[in-house]
Write a protein that binds this ligand. Structure first.
Ligand SMILES: N[C@@H](CCC(=O)N[C@@H](CS)C(=O)NCC(=O)O)C(=O)O
Length: 215
């Protein structure tokens, strides 16, 4: 059985929701921020981050997009992506990777506190610039949803809707402010929250209601 290394409302929420939607058995391991930093956890995930997914043979997967890609292929019958190898799948992967490699880290910088800043003013400048830059990516998702929603792949709910939802809960300066700027993303977030299989898991992360992630 999979082991999900999980912190409330952190990046592991995307994998937690995906496993629940797919109804795939797993053991959930709640962790604290201190446990994520500890050397014992680094033996499992050398990056010292969640999400991480333990496999039956003792290996551990890391990087959220890699875990999503693994799970949708390992359980393709669950239909959480377009058919593997189809043109739609290619587009799905572009969106997944855009969110994980561009929007996720830029949005994280928008929280401030980056080790790359030398002074408080420098840090504030980086955070503001990152928030503006994140809006470029949010706007791409918004445009797509407006043109062909309600989900990112049109009529079909998929793993990337969960992933986008996760990013919206970390919206800057607040989740509500992000919803005010991007109404189609607000609608997507509401539709994810309304999914019957996700209610309990979102409640367990404290994000069933808007604003659950501490800003
Ligand atoms: N590129 C990684 C980023 C994961 C990430 O940033 N995880 C954060 C939580 S959202 C984390 O575990 N940070 C460790 C820490 O702050 O000590 C992924 O997509 O999985």
């Amino acid at each position: 059985m999979y082991k999900l290394y999980n912190v409330k409302a952190w990046g592991s929420i995307s994998i937690h929701c995906l496993l629940e939607e797919m109804e795939v058995p797993y053991t959930n391991i709640w962790m604290t921020a201190e446990q994520v930093k500890a050397p014992e956890f680094r033996e499992l995930n050398p990056l010292g981050m969640v999400p991480a997914l333990g496999l039956d043979d003792g290996r551990t997967l890391y990087e959220s997009a890699a875990i999503v890609t693994f799970l949708i292929a390992a359980h393709a019958d669950k239909g959480m992506s377009p058919p593997l190898g189809s043109d739609d799948y290619g587009e799905f992967m572009s969106l997944l990777h855009m969110m994980s490699t561009e929007l996720y880290p830029i949005n994280s910088l928008a929280f401030g506190g980056t080790p790359f800043a030398q002074t408080a003013a420098h840090d504030a400048f980086i955070a503001d610039t990152a928030r503006d830059r994140a809006d470029f990516y949010w706007a791409l998702l918004e445009k797509r949803l407006e043109a062909n929603g309600p989900w990112l792949m049109g009529d079909a709910f998929s793993a990337i809707d969960i992933y986008a939802f996760m990013l919206t809960i970390w919206g800057r300066p607040t989740e509500q402010a992000l919803h005010d700027r991007f109404p189609a993303l607000k609608k997507l977030a509401g539709a994810v929250r309304a999914r019957p299989r996700l209610k309990a898991v979102l409640e367990s992360h404290g994000v069933l209601e808007i604003g659950g992630y501490p800003n």
